[in-house]
Design a protein around this ligand. Structure first.
Ligand SMILES: *Cc1c(COP(=O)(O)O)cnc(C)c1O
Length: 226
């Protein structure tokens, strides 16, 4: 086995172990391999290891790379998205994890309607209220959630967070727990249960799975340092 397929197998093993320890079904947690900055030839090695779901964070990079890879792959967009790039990226992806404002959600709704698409969306939440990060604050999201849930094209499937960078991965855990509690609070207030929790990266995904992650976004643990 080459390095990339070995690292994918190792990551999947760690994901299963974290799920079992949390008393969860390992089948509930999906691995998204974050391929940003890596060229198609490198991504092909992950495809050879039967990986199908990939994440990209820059529109220009995604629109040049995705058409060069097999059409059987699934792509999620995870980077900050400007409204003027929505039209370019939407036809190439099945989900956006980084919807961080009502305005962006409305732009996606309008363009998805024009293109006849039904994109899945995760609402990005800045649970730590970190001034340097994109994302809804808890209060702002609770204020806007009813409006977001009325959209017809945009399918809100869950919440996403990026905790503050820390050398200690266990410090991410309270942020993951806060995202899960916010999801539960939205359920209580609106009656809508958002199933998806997009949380956990190379350094901290076992803690995210312990707190209920349904999709982890793992890059450097598989492809190496960027
Ligand atoms: C780059 C990136 C990741 C992957 O980070 P790694 O630490 O390399 O696993 C996950 N989520 C987002 C939003 C990213 O931009």
């Amino acid at each position: 086995m080459d390095d990339i397929s070995e690292r994918i197998a190792e990551t999947r093993g760690r994901m299963e172990e974290a799920a079992r320890q949390a008393g969860r079904d390992p089948g509930e947690v999906e691995l998204m391999v974050v391929s940003k900055t890596f060229p198609p030839e490198v991504i092909e090695e992950a495809v050879a290891a039967r990986q199908r779901l990939f994440g990209e964070s820059r529109v220009q990079e995604a629109v040049t790379k995705i058409p060069r890879l097999p059409s059987s792959l699934r792509w999620h967009f995870i980077g900050h998205l400007q409204s003027n790039k929505v039209r370019k990226i939407l036809p190439l992806i099945e989900a956006i994890h980084s919807v961080d404002s009502v305005e962006l959600a409305l732009d996606i709704e309008r363009i998805a309607d024009e293109l006849g698409l039904h994109p899945e969306v995760y609402l990005q939440v800045n649970v730590a209220s970190d001034g340097r990060k994109f994302g809804f604050r808890r209060e702002g999201l609770l204020h806007s959630i009813d409006q977001l849930l009325t959209l017809k094209r945009v399918q809100v499937v869950g919440l996403m967070t990026i905790p503050p960078l820390s050398p200690k991965p266990e410090e991410s855990r309270p942020h993951f727990a806060a995202l899960r509690r916010l999801r539960d609070e939205i359920h209580e207030r609106t009656g809508t249960f958002l199933p998806g929790l997009s949380m956990g990266m190379s350094g901290d995904f076992p803690y995210a799975i312990a707190e209920g992650a349904t999709i982890v976004r793992v890059g450097s643990a598989i492809f190496g340092a960027r």
